[in-house]
Design a protein around this ligand. Structure first.
Ligand code: FEO
Length: 399
């Protein structure tokens, strides 16, 4: 069923209840997702974004409940990834006279994924398109999260259609953020930001400032995944600013580690005790038992990150190495970190982890803790002290 999100603007997207591993990489979509497409019924009927290829029939069914899809005159492609542009060819086939509208950089991405020789219009920031009673205003939003990304704004409805920004991976029968459990909503919004948008934090701050300067008012923010923000939609913008600035971070430490014979795990528990003694919260996440998406979601709001590993072939174990690769790519802001681990015949793992923290832009707050074989009472005490010292540094840094 199409859902009206503003006068004569309908959600006509698709829900994917099954997907758990999105984009074919490590993003675990624990609650599925949706691909949101919006139909604007005006003198010139317009579709803003399409849906993932394979889901076009869901979209067409919803469009057809409002208008004949053949009447679509404009298709706005805010971003070229196939989860939003994958059904452009199917739409253009049904509406062969429609014009495809995208950013200049969209010519590369959309042009490579979709080739059709359609009518096209390239737009940039500040360009407008009159649909009759409503106007579309375009705002380029490069790297939020692709170079081709743009936002579409409808001033008459104070409606922002920002594509991937402000989304959540949630499959649901509800369409608005105020209709679902708020803990679920924010858990998914946090994981979404942490795993997709963290590397672009400085650009987010600039884009929000630009939007504020332009004086764009928003009653509704309708992203391309998950639910639509209609009650106090600025709450997600304000939250993005906090996440992007790093200023929200709690006096909390995330300990993420991989153990072999249990020694690194013993150290992790001792370190956690020390952190708690310092009056700081601790989250202990073993890998591979915990997936990357959850780890990065927890990482976002923790001021401190401790990374631990046993040593194998003079290197950290594989799953924690992959976590480190993720951190290096995401480059979280304003974090403190340190490494720890146990080794037997050969050392080297903690040094590699420490180097990884530096490469991720995380300030190494204290030297790594490395113990040998099975931790004894003295190692336990050393690890508690290590955790307490790190906790004190985290506490001081969030004051
Ligand atoms: Fe939801 Fe960048 O695709």
């Amino acid at each position: 069923m199409p859902i009206q999100i503003a006068p004569n603007v309908y959600w006509v997207g698709a829900v994917d209840w099954n997907v758990r591993n999105f984009h074919g990489y490590t993003f675990q979509t624990h609650r599925g997702t949706s691909f949101n497409s919006y139909l604007i019924v005006d003198d010139h009927i317009t579709l803003v974004d399409t849906v993932m290829w394979g889901f076009e029939e869901q979209m067409f069914r919803r469009i057809a409940e409002v208008v004949d899809p053949a009447r679509i005159e404009y298709v706005i492609a805010n971003h070229g990834e196939p989860d939003h542009s994958g059904s452009i060819a199917a739409v253009m086939h049904r509406a062969p006279n429609a014009t495809l509208v995208h950013s200049k950089r969209g010519s590369s991405s959309i042009g490579k994924y979709q080739t059709g020789g359609w009518l096209e219009r390239i737009v940039g920031s500040g360009d407008t398109l009159s649909l009759g009673h409503k106007t579309l205003t375009f705002l380029e939003a490069a790297m939020l999260h692709w170079p081709d990304t743009m936002f579409t704004y409808v001033p008459e409805d104070r409606l922002l259609l920002p594509n991937d920004a402000f989304g959540q991976h949630i499959a649901s029968a509800e369409r608005f953020t105020d209709e679902i459990d708020q803990a679920v909503l924010w858990d998914e919004a946090r994981k979404y930001y942490a795993n997709i948008l963290t590397p672009f934090s400085s650009l987010i701050l600039k884009k929000v400032a630009e939007v504020q300067q332009l004086g764009l008012q928003m009653d509704t923010i309708a992203p391309s995944h998950g639910l639509v923000w209609r009650k106090n939609p600025m709450q997600i913008v304000e939250q993005y600013v906090q996440w992007a600035s790093g200023d929200h971070q709690a006096a909390r430490v995330l300990l993420v580690y991989e153990t072999m014979w249990g020694s690194t795990e013993t150290l992790a528990r001792a370190i956690m005790e020390g952190i708690v003694q310092a009056g700081v919260q601790a989250r202990l996440l073993p890998v591979p038992q915990t997936d990357h998406t959850t780890v990065m979601g927890e990482m976002l709001e923790a001021k401190g990150i401790l990374v631990g590993s046993a040593c194998h072939n003079r290197r950290p174990l594989l799953h924690i190495s992959a976590i480190m690769e993720d951190l290096i790519g995401l480059k979280p802001v304003k974090k403190l970190g340190a490494a720890f681990g146990s080794y037997g015949w050969s050392s080297g793992a903690v040094q590699i982890l420490e180097k990884g923290l530096q490469e991720a832009g995380i300030e190494v707050a204290q030297p790594a803790l490395a113990t040998t074989w099975r931790p004894d009472g003295s190692d336990w005490g050393q690890a508690v002290a290590f955790g307490r010292a790190f906790g004190e540094k985290v506490k001081a840094a969030v004051r």
